[in-house]
Design a protein around this ligand. Structure first.
Ligand code: G6P
Length: 607
């Protein structure tokens, strides 16, 4: 969703801001803008659409020459995507300039109050109240810092703010509450961003701002205080990600690159954490809660989107391997549940970005009820990683493609390791760990056959509806396969447990309604075959993901993609890969920008 970039330092800020905005594009946005103090005036430029439109409009002229600046990519919430609604927003006199991520919940009251005071608003956004409120306090004789602090105390909701005072272009102001903001520490220059990936190639040293903190960032100095103006100590953290990981390399899209990173991502998730020869899973991030975890009687997995589907696979894994009753909830629905909480329950929150607002508030609710919270998070230092008591990082590297692919594989790997870690009966641990170590090579075998999927995508790309079916471990994979297809190809696709097909979806089956069947040879394949017979009898085309060597499927399916054999519990790590590739090829063949699907955002920071 919305992205923030800020700069102060030795370079001219314009190119730094534009490059930062480009790095934030993957989050999803519909307009962009920058503000740069130049010769006693703050220059502002905004545009609807892509950052390159903004960049082009700034190509000529010397009017954006300052060394301080703020920039923003906006994903419309209040008001349509338009230049007027794009950030930065300003006060009446052109002294205060603001970019904002989050939502100001009491903006209507504040706006009414400010309008009564004579303030003139130019947009429909909630954000615009911020510069006007600051101006209002300045008008009453307060200095800038006090005006800013008093403004923040009046705002309800969530914010990450970057602010410029035209009268003091030596300072970049930042403030945070429930919306991520990170300061990049450079030499003779400092940066600000809503997401560390915007800083890649600029600096690896960052400070994560905490809720209620305000930063005054100068070229060679950073100070952070709380809302009571007391200085708060900060820690500079070193980022592990490098420039290459955040670039496409030879791949046409991030999504394809990230699917091809699958083998490495699975390996990175288990590297140093499993020792099959010693029957051992070692999860350093859980060490501090290890004793408490041993007492846990029930698990609750909370997540959104693809992470939720990984959680559904986790449910089967925890019950099968660790014998722990497990439930999975959409984080966005969890807040409405009034179930009686038991202290013997531990919450596992799964999030690639570590910033998803729904997941974050589900964690906060769990903590209020005294439940232990554990994170499975990819983004180091993100809010969810910091909010949870303990956790396991994915180490999958930045995921830029909006449709999550490699994170899913990584999440499945960690869930499998956690289930083994929590299991009291270690008799099958060795077999499981040995097989997990083989998974990367098996994924590679699938990837080497991507051309077959590309060809099949040509055949299937013009259908407007798809049914995805699977059973047991592959039921969540059916859901995830359908999600991938609709996210990037805009084809209507539904995922179902194959057993449920007869209770409704079968009514849709015809020669124009193909089924993607996830049917590897396992404990449920016979039942799957019966379901496929029912589809075949109704002339529905069938595309099957099956185990190599399976001949029976030849009689049922119109097209087959074979995957290597693995144990049933780990099948999702293989079966999802062809579905990701198929969605990718269908999306690109239909002519869509699969890295930036319409209406979707990578990091969803509103509830
Ligand atoms: C958005 C993204 C999805 C992602 C979901 C959850 O909808 O587009 O790809 O699965 O958020 O995100 P998280 O970062 O919490 O895993």
């Amino acid at each position: 969703m919305c992205g923030i970039i800020g700069y102060i330092g030795k370079e001219k800020s314009k190119p730094v801001l534009i490059n930062g905005l480009k790095a934030l594009e993957y989050r999803g946005y519909d307009s962009a803008g920058i503000a740069i103090p130049t010769n006693n005036k703050v220059e502002v430029r905004k545009s609807v659409g892509q950052v390159k439109v903004l960049e082009k409009s700034l190509a000529n002229g010397n009017d954006f020459n300052g060394h301080l600046g703020i920039g923003h990519t906006r994903w419309a919430t209040h008001g349509s995507p338009s230049e007027a609604n794009a950030h930065p927003h300003r006060d009446c006199l052109g002294r205060v300039f603001v970019v904002h991520n989050g939502i100001i919940e009491n903006y209507k009251e504040l706006k009414g109050y400010l309008q009564n005071q004579g303030h003139n608003f130019l947009s429909e956004t909630d954000t615009e109240v911020v510069p006007h409120l600051i101006e209002n306090f300045l008008n009453s004789g307060k200095d800038f810092d006090t005006a800013l602090f008093d403004t923040l105390k009046m705002i309800k909701g969530a914010y990450a703010l970057a602010i410029i005072d035209a009268k003091n272009p030596e300072i970049l102001y930042a403030a945070k509450l429930s919306s991520p903001l990170v300061i990049g520490v450079g030499s003779g220059e400092n940066f600000l961003a809503s997401d560390p990936s915007a800083l890649v190639g600029k600096t690896k040293d960052v400070i994560y701002l905490n809720d209620g903190e305000i930063a005054k960032i100068k070229q060679n100095n950073i100070s952070i205080t709380n809302l009571e103006k007391q200085e708060t100590p900060f820690e500079i953290v070193r980022l592990e990600w490098d420039l290459e990981q955040a670039q496409k390399g030879d791949f046409p899209h991030f999504m394809l690159k990230e699917i091809f990173e699958g083998p490495e991502v699975v390996r990175s998730a288990f590297r140093g954490r499993i020792k099959s020869e010693e029957n051992l899973v070692k999860l350093g991030g859980l060490e501090q809660v290890a004793n408490e975890l041993k007492q846990v009687k029930r698990l609750l997995i909370l997540a959104c989107g693809t992470s939720y589907y990984a959680g559904l696979v986790g449910e089967y894994l925890f019950e099968e391997i660790a014998k722990l009753p497990t439930e999975v909830h959409f984080a966005s629905e969890f807040c409405y549940r009034n179930e009686p909480f038991d202290k013997g329950t531990a919450v596992i929150a799964i999030s690639q970005s570590g910033e998803t607002a729904d997941t974050l508030s589900a964690i906060q609710k769990s903590k209020k009820h005294g439940l232990m919270t554990i994170g499975i998070v990819n983004t180091v230092g993100s809010t969810i990683a910091r909010e949870t008591e303990a956790g396991v990082y994915n180490h999958a590297g930045p995921e830029i493609g909006v449709a999550s692919t490699k994170a899913f594989l990584s999440q499945l790997t960690i869930l499998a390791m956690m289930a083994i870690y929590l299991s009291k009966d270690k008799s099958s641990t060795k077999v499981l760990l040995e097989e997990l170590e083989k998974i990367p090579e098996k994924i590679k075998i699938i990837l080497t056959q991507s051309a077959k999927l590309e060809k099949l995508a040509e055949k299937y790309k013009d259908y407007e509806n798809f049914l995805f079916v699977g059973r047991r471990y592959n039921y969540p994979v059916a859901l995830e396969g359908a999600l991938k297809l609709k996210e990037i190809s805009y084809i209507h696709a539904e995922g179902y447990g194959a057993g449920e097909m007869k209770h409704g979806p079968i009514a849709m089956i015809s020669q124009n309604f193909p089924t993607m069947a996830i049917v590897p040879q396992n404990s449920v394949s016979e039942k799957m075959f019966s379901n496929l017979e029912e589809i075949k009898a109704r002339k529905g085309p069938i595309f099957a993901i099956a185990t190599e060597g399976d001949e029976k499927i030849l009689e049922l399916a119109n097209d087959i993609f074979y995957i290597p054999k693995t144990i049933e519990l780990f099948e999702p790590l293989l079966t999802v890969v062809p579905l990701q590739l198929l969605a990718y090829y269908i999306g690109t063949k239909r002519g869509f920008d699969v890295d930036k699907p319409r209406n979707l955002a990578k990091s969803v920071t509103v509830e």
